[in-house]
Design a protein around this ligand. Sequence first.
Ligand code: NDP
Length: 275
Amino acid sequence: MIRHALITGGSRGIGLAIARLLAKNSYRITLVSRTESHLQSALSTLPDPISPGTNSSRPTSPHSDSASVTPSPHKYVVGSVTSGMFWNKHILGSSLRHEVVDVMVNCAGIGQNSLLVRTTVEDIDKIVDTNLTSMLHGIRYLVKKRHIRRSDFGDRGKVGREAEFTPCIINIASLLGVKGGRGAVAYVASKAGVLGLTRALAAELGPQSIRVNAIVPGYIETDMTADIERTSLLSKIPLRRFGTPDEIAQAALFLATNQYANNCVINLDGGLSAT
Ligand code: NDP
């Protein structure tokens, strides 16, 4: 059965790795980010969910004239998750129409590299809006409009391999949200908020069979960490390396698949949280 995953921040880095692995595992993907050129190239790398050995290189956008080509099973929506217009019928709603979202991955995020007193009020708002408030708005919209809902055809009451497939929300937090760190106060606060959101929502949506989980990455090789000074950091990470986006994607697939995972928080940090 083909399922549907919506991934914010899916155009590159961790979000794109999650998109690729889910597509390989029979998911149709909707990618979200602000940059259409990145979305187009990301989409062209996604495997076809029906025959995962082949690429689905037939990008379609809700805004493009695609009448003459076979539509890709995947699509993208261009927009900022922080925009009031995004999580409503005008942008996301018109693209999704009545589609169900089986897995929502909240991965869009921006970093910070400045002491709090040297960070502008606008930048603080942007970091918290992108990393935290947008998740509240996005989840609220998709659940309220019943894009995320328990299947009407579930085989309820079964256990193990035959258990009903339940929808899942996966929030990407950060080890900094647990540990703290200099030069990233707004980022740390936003990511600590993501873990609070995950806990509270797991209790609130669990009775509707909607599972809410989080991944807590340490340092991962992406654009976000490209400029970080590594030498002293690597000496603190017990495995002596940054993680890869694919290693985070494996956790996302586990959370999407394991039907008992609710408020499951997976640390993937090479052991840094133990130091
Ligand atoms: P990247 O910078 O590689 O990717 C960030 C993604 O988010 C891009 O797709 C970007 O696309 C998108 N994005 C940013 N702002 C917005 C917005 N306003 N609206 C829509 N999309 C947006 O980062 P990573 O892949 O490294 O990070 C992904 C997540 O993982 C983030 O939440 C990050 O905080 C978290 N994380 C990363 C770690 C790391 O070491 N890399 C460690 C811990 C957590 P575009 O710019 O085109 O909009």
